[in-house]
Every structure is written in structure tokens, then in C-alpha cells.
Design a protein around this ligand. Structure first.
Ligand code: URP
Ligand code: ZN
Ligand code: ZN
Ligand code: ZN
Length: 477
């Protein structure tokens, strides 16, 4: 067993920061000690095998990205990152845990899909991983499967109010699943957009010959996210079931969550870096004569980017600060332009939906600290501690304290990062984040006591990551 000492840095937890050395024995943190290893017990001191010098740097709990779609079958193709490439890219960016979504389509059995995801991930991951289960067109068999999955450590379930015929469940189906979640302690998750109205708007736009990527956003207005969010909250209240909204983009949807929380509800939301940084106007700006209108396909995801004239982005930053929104995940679901996004060259509704961001989440949110939008402690909370608590991993993940897994990011506030597809490690042929600059840099990443990234080099091996059998949410009251 290797003993690792991370020395000279500033250890940051949600509760504050302290100058301290972190001692990891094998895979587990055994001490957060006053600086200066002379204070170590002589036995431990003799046995330190590797030292990471964190002088002048932050020592953070490894990032927990609770929303990824590795190899997701979607829109007639597969998300371009495999578990191998996607988790390695995550490690480069300081994320040491992902929770990926097992995908189930209406013609598939839930438990078959669970087994398939276990097979896909086993032996391939660079970092630890857990699963949520997507439930489509919920049938009695799916409700029974929910109980079995909770026992397997899949303690959260995503439902959809959009994508009719693909993922959508109607309100009655949603209500039954919520009742089951209320019964077995699972955390229900919602993709909140009014799919029936969107389908009409999409059909009408296509009939008018409006086929370019920007119409994706124009046919999914914020009202349809706010309405679905409100409806789901009301249904969850009747079912007495906690509810977590994935990828919140609209100010008015966030306000629905805040209002429900104000009334004491166990209602939560995540947002994603793309909704904090990009707007519909940015996507329109991609229509240059030189690059062509289809460039906008790079920013197609659901829900869509929102107009900067309506204040969504500023509101989401504020909501993160005030805990109206609890955390940030990536919704990592990358598709290359060539042969993937291009499937929608003549019809925006056929552009596979999603962004590739798993590698950049920590950097992009750290820039929020530099810009004075969130504190350093809140940054740790929304990228690591809350995701761990929300999804039943806290104690092992999300905190630097004795007994926790040795998952650490040494982050250099004097470093600099410039994002480019040329230097990133995700399996995607462009970067939606091309040219973004961050006043900080990932220095060293430790996953269960093993240095997996240092000096921009990957030092881990595929299969280092293990399946995380999660408990139920530790965030509920
Ligand atoms: O556009 C998105 N968000 N793609 C991934 C699937 C989902 O709805 O999360
Ligand atoms: Zn979704
Ligand atoms: Zn997603
Ligand atoms: Zn800079």
C-alpha cells in the first residue's frame, strides 16, 4: 500500500479553509494535519512513499459530476465519449467521481439496461462511477425494477416530460413513479420541458422551412420549462416525494424551485456550465458567413441556451450563491460535428442534443470564484460536497477528512488554462468552449490515493475506477 502526503497547501472544505497536510494511507485519508510533517507520528513519517508539494495551491476534494452520458445511444448515434475516454478526460479536469445515466427506451427492460451499463463501464473507467436509471414510458415492470435497483445502489431515477415516443412519461406515469420513490427512498429526477407543446412548435417551424440549428432554441421557450417544473413540483407534493431537477436553464424554472423550497419542500436543482456561460445570442453569433449557419449545432442541447436579454445566466449564478440551486453537473453528452451533429444538417430536430464538458467543469466554476460570483468554499460545495450528499456518497466522497476516499485535486490559483479542442482529452472533434481562459489550473489529481494526473500527464490506468454502490440521498430533510 502506498502512503501519500500532500503537503504545504490550503485545504478547502465547505466549512472553510486551513493550512494543512493531508495524509492518505492506501486509498483512504487518515489525517488532516498541522503543516510540517515533523508532527507526523514517526511510524507514518517513515512510511510516506510519495509527497505532493501543494505549496501555494488549493487542496480540494475531488470533483463529483452527477450528470454524464458516456456512450449514450441518442438521436440515431452514440455519445462520442466511451467510459474509458470520458472518465479519463474527467480525471484531467479534477473530477474523480461521475454518476452516469443508464438509458432505457420504451422497448427495453430496465434491469437489462442496468446490466448492460455495468458491463460497459467495468474495467474501463479511470475514476469511480455510480449510476442513475432513466425510466421511459413507465410500466409496472419498471416500478418493480426501481426497488431492485435501489438495493444495487442505483438510488435515483430520471423521468422525462419531453421527447414523446422516446423518453416521455405522461403525468399519471410520473405520479406512479413518484409514489414508488416516496416508498423506497429513491430521489426522483426530472427533465422538465413540456414535450407536447414543443413537438407542435417544432413541426410548425419545419413546415415554414426554418430548419437551421437556432430553431432548436426558438421552439423550446422558457415558459415550457417553467410550466413543466411547476407541474412536476405539484405532482411530487401530492406523492410526497423529493424531487431533483436536472439541467435547470430558465430563471423562471429556478424560481419555481426556490418557491417550493421556500415552502419547505425537498425540491432541488442543478444547472450546468453551458447555461451559466452561453446564451441563445452566442449560438446565433456562430452564424458567420465564413463558417455557416450550421455552426450553431455545436450549442444544441435540451433544454436550450436562453436569451441573454432575459437575465437567465445572472439569475442562475445568483441562485447558486444563495442555494436556490444546489449544484453544478455537466450533462456531458458529446457528439462530434462530423457525422453526428451533421445528422441534423437539414433539420434541427435531428441534431443529437448535448455538450462535451466533463473535463472543464471545475475550471469553469473556479472562474466564478475569480470573478467574485461564488466563494471558494461554495465552489467546493457545488462541485463536490453537495453532489456527494445529494446522491448518497458523502463521507467517502465530497470532503477532505479522515475516513474519506483519497480523492484530491491540487489546484493552482496562479496557473492558467486556455480551453481548446486541440489540447482537451474528450473524444469530440470541436470544443463548444474553444478559447475560454481560466485564471487557475488543475495541478495534480489523486484518485483513491493514486496520482492519476500530474503536470498534464495521465498516470492512471483504465480500470482504476470502481463501481460505487450508492446509499439514499443524505440531503433530504
Ligand atoms: O441535450 C441534452 N441534455 N442531452 C442529454 C440528454 C438529457 O436530456 O439530459
Ligand atoms: Zn435531460
Ligand atoms: Zn443529461
Ligand atoms: Zn488569465
Amino acid at each position: 500500500m502506498t502512503t501519500t502526503l500532500i503537503t504545504g497547501g490550503t485545504v478547502v472544505n465547505t466549512t472553510g479553509r486551513v493550512e494543512a497536510d493531508v495524509l492518505i494511507d492506501g486509498e483512504t485519508i487518515v489525517g488532516v494535519l498541522p503543516p510540517g510533517s515533523e508532527l507526523l507520528g514517526s511510524d507514518l513519517k517513515r512510511n510516506v512513499d510519495q509527497v505532493v508539494d501543494a505549496t501555494g495551491k488549493y487542496v480540494l476534494p475531488g470533483g463529483v459530476d452527477a450528470h454524464t452520458h458516456m456512450e449514450m445511444p441518442f438521436g440515431g448515434t452514440f455519445a462520442s465519449d466511451t467510459f474509458e475516454t470520458g472518465t479519463r478526460a474527467a480525471a484531467y479536469g479534477g473530477t474523480t467521481t461521475i454518476i452516469d445515466f443508464i438509458t432505457q427506451y420504451p422497448d427495453q427492460r430496465v434491469l437489462d439496461q442496468y446490466n448492460l451499463w455495468q458491463e460497459k463501464a467495468a474495467g474501463n473507467c479511470a475514476i469511480d462511477y455510480g449510476f442513475h436509471q432513466i425510466l421511459s414510458d413507465i410500466q409496472p415492470e419498471s416500478l418493480t425494477a426501481m426497488d431492485e435497483l435501489v438495493d444495487e445502489g442505483v438510488t435515483s431515477f430520471k423521468l422525462f416530460m419531453a421527447y414523446k415516443g422516446v423518453f416521455l412519461s405522461d403525468d399519471g406515469q410520473i405520479f406512479r413513479a413518484f409514489q414508488k420513490g416516496s416508498d423506497n427512498g429513491a430521489l426522483m429526477m426530472m427533465h422538465a420541458e413540456n414535450g407536447s407543446v414543443i413537438d407542435v412548435l417544432v413541426e410548425q417551424a419545419l413546415q415554414r422551412g426554418e430548419t437551421g440549428p437556432i430553431n432548436h432554441g426558438l421552439t423550446r421557450p422558457w415558459q415550457l420549462e417553467a410550466e413543466a417544473t411547476h407541474r412536476a413540483i405539484m405532482i411530487a407534493e401530492v406523492a410526497d416525494c423529493p424531487l431533483y431537477f436536472v439541467h435547470v436553464t430558465a430563471k423562471q424554472a429556478a424560481m419555481q424551485i426556490a418557491e417550493a423550497r421556500g415552502r419547505g419542500g425537498n425540491v432541488f436543482g442543478e444547472t450546468c456550465p453551458q447555461y451559466l456561460y452561453f446564451s441563445l445570442e452566442d449560438q446565433l453569433g456562430a452564424h458567420s458567413a465564413e463558417r455557416g449557419e450550421f455552426e450553431g449545432a455545436k450549442w444544441v442541447a435540451s433544454p436550450p441556451l436562453r436569451s441573454k436579454h432575459e437575465g437567465h445566466q445572472d439569475f442562475l449564478w445568483k441562485a447558486l450563491r444563495t442555494n436556490e440551486i444546489q449544484m453544478v453537473s455537466t450533462d456531458h453528452c458529446p457528439f462530434c460535428m462530423k457525422e453526428q451533429k451533421e445528422l441534423g444538417a437539414n433539420d434541427f430536430s435531428k441534431i443529437p442534443n448535448g455538450f462535451g464538458t466533463v473535463e472543464h467543469r471545475l475550471d469553469l466554476l473556479y472562474q466564478g470564484v475569480v470573478d467574485g460570483k461564488i466563494t471558494l468554499e461554495r465552489f467546493v460545495e457545488i462541485t463536490s460536497t453537495t453532489p456527494a450528499r445529494m446522491f448518497g456518497l458523502y463521507g467517502r466522497k465530497g470532503v477532505i477528512q479522515p475516513g474519506a476516499d483519497g480523492d484530491i485535486v491540487v489546484y493552482d490559483p496562479d496557473g492558467h488554462t486556455k480551453i481548446s479542442a486541440d489540447t482537451a482529452h474528450m473524444a469530440i472533434d470541436y470544443s463548444a468552449w474553444e478559447g475560454f481562459e481560466i485564471d487557475g489550473k488543475v495541478d495534480t489529481v489523486v484518485s483513491r490515493g493514486k496520482i492519476v494526473v500530474q503536470n498534464d500527464q495521465y498516470l492512471g490506468r483504465k480500470g482504476d475506477g470502481q463501481y460505487l454502490k450508492r446509499g439514499t440521498s443524505q440531503y433530504l430533510t
